[in-house]
Design a protein around this ligand. Structure first.
Ligand code: ZN
Length: 355
């Protein structure tokens, strides 16, 4: 089996993952996990600074009170408009309407396209960004360009302030009818360069709950040429899609054209996390545990933050927001050393942890 690429699983089983690509095929992006090591030779930025994706580990996160909730303009696209969905040979991409934009970033950014990254059916990892080393099943990127300074995405993509990408982490859960508005068309874009029209819908439906909680940092495109031109907003809370929907994403498409005698499955099109030297990720939320509770018999959300050295003993600062009153209240509750935060009882019932 000299012309087959052997892949050793963690279990020790050796399976044939795919046929070794022909020389002709190596002209492509070569998005295999081992392929990205070769990117810097042809695309120097890929070996440079401010590279993405990264792992959001606790010691690089810094709360920033200036991070406002984003505003989404024109995201509700009427069904009379149509988006073009295309298999570009390394992902599935949907062109967005130039009437869509995002505000509350340093500039106004206009939408260009969205696309996805995913793994394969044999593993649970497919996201590009990770949280404390944990991968999610897949990741959606909604790409915008700085339309205040640049006439189009081509002019913006290699500029330091050129792009803003919104990233949504995807995990397994119930069937997601909003994602299905894209996913049900995968069968029409199985092969490279195939296109299909998708009726307009509200792109906001693809975003997670609690949109005001996100990670923000300056990074890069995660595919060649890896320009360090992206202001990243990665939403803290994932969106759920069903196991069947994830499987469709992982199995429906090929990197190759329909007449290629050696079809190459479109799998594992995520880049590995990059080094993150002397940089910080700014977060719009207080790192902490999130609890659901009822306070004063009204539904509310409580966010409990472990505060080190608060009055020289471990403490929890609870920030709770009543949904009904739309009013914010702050409380603090001191814990005894070693006490679990869920044991705190004030007039709050911190019974069910939700995230
Ligand atoms: Zn991407």
């Amino acid at each position: 089996a000299t012309d087959a690429l052997l892949f050793k699983e963690v279990t020790g089983n050796i399976i044939v993952l795919e046929k070794k690509p022909s020389n002709q095929r190596l002209k492509g992006l070569n998005l295999r996990p081992d392929g990205e090591k070769a990117w810097p030779k042809k695309y120097p930025f890929c070996g440079g600074v401010f590279q993405s994706p990264i792992d959001f580990r606790k010691d690089i996160l810094q709360y920033d009170s200036n991070l406002l909730p984003l505003e989404f303009i024109g995201y509700n696209v009427p069904s009379t408009d149509q988006f073009t969905l295309i298999n570009n040979g390394h992902s599935v991409k949907m062109y967005l309407s130039p009437t869509m934009s995002v505000r509350n970033l340093p500039f106004e950014y206009t939408a260009s396209q969205l696309h996805l990254h995913w793994g394969n059916r044999n593993k649970s990892e497919g996201s590009e960004h990770t949280v404390s080393g944990k991968h999610f099943a897949a990741e959606l990127h909604i790409v915008h360009y700085n339309s205040e300074k640049y006439p189009d995405i081509a002019a913006a993509m290699d500029k330091a302030d050129g792009l803003a990408v919104l990233a949504v982490l995807l995990e397994i859960g119930p069937f997601n009818p909003s994602y299905e508005k894209i996913f049900r068309h995968f069968w029409n874009v199985k092969y490279k360069d195939q296109k299909v029209l998708v009726p307009g819908f509200n792109i906001h439906e693809l975003l997670p709950d609690r949109l005001h909680e996100y990670y923000r940092y300056e990074g890069s495109l995660t595919t060649p040429p890896c320009y360090p031109s992206v202001l990243w907003t990665v939403f803290r809370h994932p969106v759920k899609i069903s196991q069947e929907q994830l499987l469709a994403l992982e199995t429906a498409m090929y990197c190759t054209e329909s007449d290629d005698p050696e079809p190459l499955e479109m799998v594992d099109n995520f880049r590995n996390v990059q080094e993150f030297h002397e940089r910080l990720v700014f977060v719009s939320f207080h790192e902490g545990e999130l609890y659901e509770c009822s306070c004063a018999k009204k539904q509310c959300t409580v966010i409990c933050v472990n505060v080190k050295n608060w009055n020289s003993s471990p403490a929890a600062l609870c920030h709770y927001k009543t949904i009904k009153e739309k009013k914010e209240n702050y409380r603090s509750a001191k814990t005894n050393p070693g006490q679990n935060i869920s044991e705190i009882k004030d007039d709050l019932d911190l019974s069910s942890k939700v995230g």
